[in-house]
Design a protein around this ligand. Structure first.
Ligand SMILES: NC(=O)c1ccc[n+]([C@@H]2O[C@H](COP(=O)([O-])OP(=O)(O)OC[C@H]3O[C@@H](n4cnc5c(N)ncnc54)[C@H](OP(=O)(O)O)[C@@H]3O)[C@@H](O)[C@H]2O)c1
Length: 260
């Protein structure tokens, strides 16, 4: 079987780790990127043992331009990159003006600049080989414009528009782009100090999804060449509600609690 490689950012936990396990099970060699090297190495060993794939671990902080630049070189030189998952991300809580500006700028770097640069670096080879998939992990928050998550919602909306427009340009090239917009997902996203006061029980259990289910829906949507993937029936219903006259009420309900 021809070699195929998946590069996944933010693979040290949550949705990224689930992408790594799923891609390995489908025979992809893995390049795993995040800051926590030990976590990546443990996951790489697990995937090697379970599926016999090759793995490489690259510790990188995507808020640092020099780390992103190194990865760009790496991606541009990969001869068999078939799947790029721009998944690394984080949230903040509190009003825009109260959150340290450096956090907003780091978020812009991780969610937007790194995604743009990695996608640009991957495309030349993918287009030449007429084969490839790029998954940009956004969020339902992209569509909600919520207070207390201003830069988060804005950067996630950038990912939606970027992916939708790029997918149109790439029609017929054999390269597929998806923007994945999960809702509440069981991961470490809400375990950071910013969310110390957040309780998962504040959100109805029925709205939470396991990361593996999110990834299974994403991979199925990629195969079906569906550009916007909102995993979970309840999340799709929420988005229908958001488009209705009840949309502002939904945003108020989701954003009414402040966790800072
Ligand atoms: N969980 C949810 O409810 C939810 C909902 C919608 C969208 N999402 C999105 O899903 C994506 C994955 O998040 P998750 O839910 O799986 O949360 P998670 O378990 O906290 O995973 C986030 C991943 O991003 C990496 N990361 C964060 N900052 C980074 C940086 N500066 N440089 C490199 N890697 C960085 C983390 O690795 P290190 O800490 O090791 O660097 C980790 O692997 C994010 O883009 C998030 O916005 C999550």
């Amino acid at each position: 079987m021809a070699q195929k490689t998946a590069l996944i950012t933010g693979a040290s936990s949550g949705i990224g780790a689930a992408f790594a396990r799923t891609a390995a099970a489908r025979g992809y060699d893995l390049i795993l990127v995040a800051r926590r090297q030990e976590r990546l190495e443990a996951l790489a060993e697990e995937c090697r043992k379970a599926h016999g794939v090759d793995t490489e671990v690259l510790a990188a902080d995507l808020a640092k331009p020099e780390d992103v630049a190194q990865l760009v070189k790496k991606i541009a030189g990969l001869p068999s990159l078939e799947l790029l998952v721009n998944n690394a991300g984080f949230g903040t809580t509190g009003h825009f003006a109260d959150v340290d500006l450096d956090k907003h700028l780091d978020m812009l770097q991780v969610h937007v600049t790194a995604t743009m640069r990695f996608t640009h670096a991957a495309l030349e080879g993918m287009i030449a080989r007429r084969k490839g998939g790029i998954v940009n992990v956004s969020s339902l928050s992209a569509f909600l414009a919520m207070p207390n998550a201003v830069t988060y919602c804005a950067t996630k909306m950038w990912l939606v528009t970027f992916s939708q427009a790029l997918a149109k340009e790439l029609a017929g090239t054999g390269v597929h782009v998806q923007v994945l917009c999960p809702g509440f997902t069981y991961t470490e996203f809400h375990d950071t100090p910013e969310f110390a006061k957040f309780k998962r029980t504040d959100v109805s259990t029925g709205l939470w999804m396991p990361a593996a289910d999110v990834v299974n829906e994403s991979m199925a949507a990629l195969e079906a060449d569906r550009v916007v993937c909102i995993p979970g029936r309840k999340n799709r219903l929420l988005m229908a509600l958001n488009r209705s006259p009840l949309g502002p009420l939904l945003v108020w309900m989701l954003a009414r609690k402040r966790y800072e």
